[in-house]
Design a protein around this ligand. Structure first.
Ligand code: PEP
Ligand code: MG
Length: 763
């Protein structure tokens, strides 16, 4: 493949131009070297740096050099004098405009064009703009070369027309065929231009609803026309082209269609044991503890409804009544229940329908406190249908039965919350953040939801229902096709193999990963073994589970992440310290290092299993090299005790922006990096991952996060594998960008594995 070199006075400018152009390369890893600036902030050009860049960019097919102005040209010419004669012959200095030329050259190089073609594409980089602005003299006439054998017309549906990205997709795909292809804007009756030239396609000014004429000749003429027709139907890869109408705030959380009667969780009346008071002081203390626990649970949710719930926990009338009953000799549970029932009945008697409706809030909060008092878990739904709830804890999601729950609609929550992750893992379609009005839907009402778009329909008519069913059918077909190839490797069109792994938290999920063709377990969330119980699992129990996971995956590699507890995953037996910002607190590796005895046991278990089966170990939430070294020292101790496994790969998660920016300082101590985009996004954008009001900040691959991933890949070079195991790895629109950054492993929820493999194959 032809390499490119960008010579420019400013290093940030050159890097930005490269990042921009790389986005257009449709995931093909084009080699682009930068020789720009004297350092990160000083303008200038340097012939030695340019000659080195040329050598680095040349894989034998030659190099095209793009320059800005002035001394850039002189330095580039001087650089050519510094390299070997035979290499010099393979270098073309082009007068192309830097940005437009680089974009055009990158797309051409990505499709395997030779250096003359790449240079010509670059030099024609201004054509699109010139034509658009009416500079006809500049737009050189293209002599039609195709004697059309076949011809067709397709319609452009992209909201912004065939702009650079979809145009680049068209050019890239067309060039892969053995055919000569020309296109034109049939709506404006433009001239025919070669479809292999991005700059020419850009001159067509194709807007939404314009007709694109396509004609082709050669052995694959019909095949290329069919492909362009299919591409147009997919809006040239712009999947978000025509978003489904959806209620503001809804977030697509787990793909799939869910249709069924609304299921509400009905708590069976809690039975209050007839136990006498243990004394006013002790009973008041019990009530205070239960109130605090309910406050903590509600505090994890967000939105006005939950604020109202919190206020009820502070309500003077309610608390004074309960206190008085306790003082009169009642035990805490009946005192609380009676006081809450009185307040709820008073709300029932109000004439204003809104206020009357608040009785339900009082009863919900009262139940929550009562459950805390009695140590009873939240109820799980019975029946089949679409579950409607305010929010779910990870433990509640785990308790759901996917064969009965057609979908989940939550009033609160965001797509990267742990509840949403678990819903995806379990293949339950879900929409979150739908707002408190969702909670007014009566049980039994028909609900249809689309977990890919966030659409929810309450009591839909027949037509809408049929449309949802049709969507479900087409998704099923796509899935069936992907599943038929699930066990095959995922290889890009350029021949780059991408490992597609599964994120799992149990043996059952490992089985699901195996059924979905996962190449490995790219992330085992070991904390799910530690949550929701009274004490930590011992070494033997851990060994049994890790071994079970490896066996369920047929002995393929498992990546055991050490305990990632704290913040939204607190351990009941290690109560968190009082922290104002638990997500910025003692969590992940920080917590493990603070509890060395428990950490040492986990490391022993991991090392023992690694002696039997291929294992990678990785540490979550690493911020500094010292933390990583401390963890590695403890791992060494475990290996000294158990014996050294033959092939234990050691890695770290990159979830903290500081670790991404300084990735090069970690490289001496790791075999791989695994980027946790869920946390990396929340820390980069300062937006808590479970907060529904901020979910708009964490949907998809944010450019700032993409830049951090670039930084990690740059530091990793060829020797260290970079994986992505955050939710964005399953976002088909992000896959090409991640691969072009240098990511070589993607790990996703088990049901997403076959679709992500297909997405890789399309790159
Ligand atoms: C992440 O943060 O992206 C990640 C994979 O870890 P978790 O979602 O378990 O925090
Ligand atoms: Mg994380």
């Amino acid at each position: 493949m032809v390499g490119l070199v960008v010579v420019c006075h400013s290093r940030p400018l050159a890097r930005a131009a490269v990042a921009f152009a790389s986005e257009m390369a449709q995931g093909e890893p084009v080699r682009i070297e930068v020789a720009a600036g004297l350092d990160d902030t000083t303008f200038g050009t340097d012939a030695v740096a340019i000659s080195e860049a040329v050598t680095a960019a040349d894989s034998g097919d030659g190099v095209v050099v793009l320059m800005d102005l002035g001394s850039a040209l002189l330095s580039a010419e001087l650089a050519l004098e510094m390299i070997d004669d035979d290499q010099r012959e393979r270098v073309v200095l082009t007068a192309a405009p830097l940005v437009e030329g680089l974009v055009a050259a990158t797309v051409a190089a990505a499709t395997g064009a030779d250096r003359a073609e790449v240079a010509a594409e670059a030099a024609a980089g201004l054509l699109g703009k010139q034509t658009h602005l009416g500079d006809q003299t500049a737009a050189a006439e293209h002599q039609p070369t195709v004697t059309a054998e076949v011809e067709t017309t397709v319609t452009v549906t992209n909201p912004h027309g065939l702009h650079a990205r979809p145009a680049a997709r068209l050019v890239t795909e067309v060039r892969a065929f053995d055919a000569r292809v020309e296109v034109r804007n049939a709506t404006t009756n433009s001239a025919w231009v070669p479809a292999s030239s991005l700059t020419r396609v850009a001159t067509l000014g194709l807007l939404k609803d314009h007709d694109l004429g396509v004609r082709a000749s050669g052995p694959q003429a019909q095949a290329v026309l069919d492909r362009v027709t299919a591409l147009a139907a997919e809006a040239f890869g712009e999947t978000e082209a025509e978003p489904e109408p959806e209620a503001a705030g809804n977030h697509a959380a787990s793909p799939g269609i869910g249709i069924g009667p609304a299921l509400r969780v009905h708590s069976a009346e809690l039975e209050i044991p007839d136990v006498p008071s243990r004394g006013a002081q002790e009973e008041q203390h019990r009530l205070d503890e239960a109130l605090a626990e309910a406050r903590r649970e509600i505090g994890r949710l967000s939105g006005p409804i939950f604020e109202a719930h919190l206020m009820l926990l502070e309500d003077d009338d309610l608390l004074t009544d309960a206190r008085a009953r306790i003082a009169r000799g009642e035990a805490a549970p009946p005192a609380w229940q009676e006081a809450a029932a009185r307040v709820a009945t008073e709300f029932d008697a109000l004439t204003d329908p809104y206020l009357r409706g608040r009785a339900a809030d009082v009863r919900a909060v009262a139940q929550q406190v009562l459950r805390a008092l009695l140590g009873v878990r939240a109820p799980t739904p019975t029946g089949e249908g679409v579950l409607i709830a305010a929010d779910l804890t990870p433990a509640e999601v785990v308790a759901l039965d996917p064969s009965r729950i057609a979908g989940v609609a939550l009033a609160d929550g965001s797509a990267t919350s742990h509840a949403a992750i678990l819903l995806r893992t379990r293949g339950i379609p879900a929409v979150v953040g739908a707002g408190p009005q969702l909670l007014d839907v009566p049980a039994g009402t028909t609900v249809a939801l689309d977990g890919s778009t966030g659409a929810i329909e309450i009591d839909p008519g027949r037509e809408v229902l049929e449309e949802f069913r049709a969507r479900a059918d087409s998704q099923r077909e796509r899935r069936t096709e992907a599943l038929s190839k699930a066990t095959e490797r995922a290889v890009t069109k350029a021949g780059v193999t991408i490992e597609v792994g599964a994120n799992i938290g149990s043996v059952a999920e490992a089985r699901a990963a195996n059924e979905n063709g996962a190449d490995l377990a790219g992330l085992v969330r070991t904390e799910f073994l530690f949550l929701d119980r009274d004490s930590a699992p011992d070494v033997d129990e851990q060994v049994a589970v890790y071994r079970g996971i490896a066996e369920a995956l047929g002995g393929r590699r498992i990546t055991l992440r050490t305990l990632d507890a704290g913040s939204d995953k607190p351990l009941p037996y290690l109560p968190p310290p009082a922290e104002a910002n638990p997500f910025l607190g003692v969590r992940g590796l920080r917590q493990s290092l603070a509890h060395p005895a428990m950490f040492a046991e986990q490391l022993l278990a991991i090392v023992r299993v690694a002696r039997e089966t291929p294992v990678s170990i990785m540490f979550p939430m690493v911020t500094t090299v010292d933390e990583l070294k401390a963890a590695r020292r403890m791992l060494d101790e475990a290996m000294a005790a158990e014996g050294k496994p033959k092939d234990l790969q050691v890695g770290m998660m990159v979830e903290v922006p500081a670790a991404a920016l300084r990735a090069s300082t970690f490289t001496p101590y790791v075999d791989f990096f695994s980027v946790g985009t869920n946390d990396l996004t929340q820390y980069t954008l300062a937006s808590e991952r479970g907060n529904a009001a901020l979910a708009y900040l964490s949907s998809g691959l944010d450019p700032a996060v993409a830049q951090l991933i670039d930084e990690v890949c740059r530091a990793a070079g060829d020797k260290i594998l970079v994986a992505v195991c955050g939710e964005v790895a399953a976002d088909e629109t992000a896959v090409p960008r991640l691969i072009s950054a240098g990511v070589r492993e993607l790990s996703v929820a088990p049901p997403s594995v076959p679709l992500v493999k297909q997405a890789v194959r399309a790159v």
